[in-house]
Ligand binder design. Sequence first.
Ligand SMILES: Cc1ncc(COP(=O)(O)O)c(C=O)c1O
Length: 438
Amino acid sequence: MKNRDLLERSRKAVWHPCTQMKTHERFPLVPVERGKGAWLYDYDGRRYLDAVGSWWVNVLGHAHPRINAAVSDQLERLEHVMLAGFTHAPVVELSERLGAITGGRLGHCFYASDGASAVEIALKMSFHYWRNTGRPEKRAFVALAGGYHGETLGALSVTDVPLFRDAYAPLLRQGRTVPSPDWRNAERGEGAFEYAVRCASNLERYFHEHHEETAALIVEPLVQCAAGMAMYHPEYLRRASELCERYEAHLIADEIAVGCGRTGTFLACEQASVLPDFLCLSKGLSGGYLPLSVVLTTERVYQAFYDDDVARGFLHSHSYTGNPLACRAALATLSILEEERVLEANRAKQSLLTEKARGIASHPRVRHWRNTGMIWAFDVETDDPEFARRFHAAALERELLLRPLGRTVYFMPPYVIAPEEVDLLARVATEGIGLACA
Ligand SMILES: Cc1ncc(COP(=O)(O)O)c(C=O)c1O
């Protein structure tokens, strides 16, 4: 099989996600036959460095031998069983290990498949908690401006990205947002910390007025990824958590994109020393192998549902909830991160890539060079509406896979990226700015 054999068939038979299909008349799909480490290979023998971790899911590289072995072993035992009324070792072990990561404070794990489903669960659980505890009026959700939490109707209701939201606005709950602590919006001379404090005061004003009807605040801790890798100071999270406590609202931490070590600590929340009431994980949790998401919550929330009355229970479900293959991939991922001290090794990689990308930071067209853990981003000054596609195409020609978000170019490579791959990433990304803006 060759690349061209697939392109037309895919366009005819597959409706690709997050895509205006007509653009593929001019910008072809990239057929991928296989992956190994940080690389993807097409059917014509070309390779591409996966510097966006396959939509932020891949943390340990493609076809990792230990994850492959764990999933293969599980395949011989049990591929799937429903989780209502049944249980199995992989889901129990994974829940225990995730709970232990939170020091046992978020000791109850509810599973789903995709990130958006985890967000739906957190929203429903929060609302239902207040209903079960005699406060049904607490049913509003507040989110950060520019936040992204997924595409299902509940998740989209707390998402503030007009491109994804506007077409469905009549179907959505009214969105309530507070200013994002994204430090790019700080006043001249105002630091990220001071700006975070100012935004937290805004949040306080919101709570002061609306706490009686507010069930929860939902945030993407430290980095609002889909908003263009908007980064903010952990002080905002610390203050937001205190405000939630004071005004009796839940804190939902959507760590679907930023969890599993992406920001430098296993959980982004750790950097603010806060634990939310609901923690959503997905993407990197299964190493990027299989759809798996989970919401972790507290004993207090759990007890509000624990009753003889069935209707007070959380009667939400998905068919593939707690799939054993996905849980084994996740267990292997956690073991590798821990035993191979991956997050420690990432610190050296973070410094190396930051050093190699010096030319980007000082490029005359580049604004707001930024980095948190294993996420780097910068904004390019250009009026070209096709910038993202031109940059993507220019990089792809040079073996590098990047997909800018509008004028924001970002890197989210798998943690296995090697020094020579860091070199290629920094060099081609720098060249790409000139090529895409020419
Ligand atoms: C912060 C955040 N929340 C939720 C989601 C939705 O996850 P999924 O695409 O798996 O439904 C995403 C996806 O990018 C995300 O970045």
